[in-house]
Design a protein around this ligand. Structure first.
Ligand SMILES: [Zn+2]
Length: 89
């Protein structure tokens, strides 16, 4: 299931789990919830796993959008006020 980096433009194969980062994305599926109410009391959310290799996990993150589904996006930058200080040293 996790054969390679989740970044479509990266082809790094998944060899060591300690490298990079594993993302767990819950994608709710209303249809299944309704059906499962009969047999199971808990909602059935599908959890998908994604892996980004080291370099990719530094720049990218995995997110779930209800309309667009799972997306690999660039991490938002400029959020950390410490970044300028760290870069200067
Ligand atoms: Zn990668």
């Amino acid at each position: 299931m996790l054969a390679k980096c989740a970044n479509p433009t990266c082809s790094t194969p998944l060899v060591y789990l300690r490298e990079g980062k594993i993302f767990m994305v819950e994608s709710p599926q209303p249809k299944f919830e309704v059906l499962s109410d009969v047999a199971k009391p808990k909602p059935l959310n599908r959890v998908e796993h994604f892996w980004l290799c080291g370099p990719c996990s530094n720049e990218m993150t995995v997110t779930y959008d209800r309309q667009r589904g799972v997306e690999i996006i660039r991490k938002p930058v400029g959020k950390a006020p410490m970044a300028r200080r760290a870069a200067a040293s």
